[in-house]
Design a protein around this ligand. Structure first.
Ligand code: R5P
Length: 299
């Protein structure tokens, strides 16, 4: 069966890389905005009976979801038999509970929306906190790629005497895996978030060896405040300047610069979202799952 890789705008580099690693050709589409903000979609390939892989990272999901939806619908109308989404960053996972009366469970609504568009999904380290599996909110098969080994390799090559720091209990799952792979010690801190841009961090036990270089690892860097507050805390222990690693750099330039101005030596991210901090390439990890298209399972 014919397979083709398509990209929504901004994902062309990853699509080209997946094409060259897998040998699956990229398809040609035009997706652009009309002056009034509406989206134009055209697919230039013959899709009859094809299997499509659509690469579409979903940071800033509100503006990206409709072009993706239109691309999927157009592909179906043109005869595509199945659609596999490669979504390196999967948004809307943090509202995994009704924290205050009257709130919407946006993680569920988003999961339903995506599940209605495609036949499978591949993503990287989704923010699973109160959910344990994506299949609690996604009804299509899929698989989760873990960045831990690649992060561990990067630390091994680039940092002397590292100690891994998880800024909060949610980060423990990522930090523990990286620490095990890199065979280094780790500490998970305690974080209290009091607002979108306000967090308080503390070290349980209150001890840290100042000879070590802290490497703070988290899944998402958004405003950067979690990392900044963690770096501020570490500076009071006279450690070397910390290095921050995020799987998903959801941050804008202002937040990125603020991080670098606040006593952080370097910010490094995985290339799940194109960003100047990208330093850890995950592309090859998608390939086995793209090839086994019909055999995906979140287990
Ligand atoms: C939260 O639960 C995530 O794991 C990250 O810690 C959080 O999204 C980071 O956000 P920010 O960079 O805005 O502090």
């Amino acid at each position: 069966m014919k397979k083709l890789i398509f990209a929504t705008p901004g994902n062309e580099k990853l699509a080209a890389s997946l094409s060259s690693l897998s040998g699956i050709r990229t398809g040609k589409s035009t997706i652009r905005s009309f002056p009034d903000g509406e989206t134009y979609v055209r697919i230039h390939d013959d899709l009859k009976d094809s299997e499509l892989i659509i690469v579409c990272t979903l940071d800033h999901p509100n503006i990206k979801i409709l072009p993706l939806y239109f691309l999927c619908k157009t592909a179906r109308d043109l005869g595509a038999r199945s659609i596999l989404l490669v979504v390196p960053y999967l948004a809307y996972l943090r509202q995994d509970e009704v924290f205050n009366p009257g709130e919407g469970m946006t993680s569920r609504y988003f999961g339903k929306l995506i599940s209605d568009m495609a036949d499978g999904i591949i993503t990287v380290d989704p923010h699973l906190h109160r959910y344990h599996h994506l299949n609690q909110i996604y009804s299509i098969p899929g698989c989760v790629i873990h960045a831990a080994d690649k992060i561990a390799e990067w630390i091994d090559l680039n940092v002397n005497n590292p100690v891994l720091i998880g800024p909060d209990s949610e980060s423990a799952q990522w930090v523990k895996k990286v620490a095990e792979k890199a065979e280094i010690q780790f500490i998970v801190l305690q974080k209290i978030r009091t607002g979108d841009r306000k967090v308080q961090i503390s070290i349980p036990g209150g001890k840290l060896d100042s000879a070590l270089t802290p490497v703070i690892v988290d899944d998402i860097i958004s405003t950067g405040h979690t990392m900044i507050e963690t770096a501020r805390l570490l500076s009071s222990y006279n450690t070397n300047l910390p290095i921050c690693i995020g799987v998903h750099p959801v941050l804008d330039d202002i937040s990125y610069n603020k991080m670098l101005e606040s006593g952080i030596k370097k910010v490094v991210s995985c290339n799940t979202i194109p960003h100047k901090s990208n330093g850890i390439n995950l592309d090859e990890l998608y390939i086995p799952y793209i090839r086994q298209f019909n055999d995906l399972s979140f287990d």
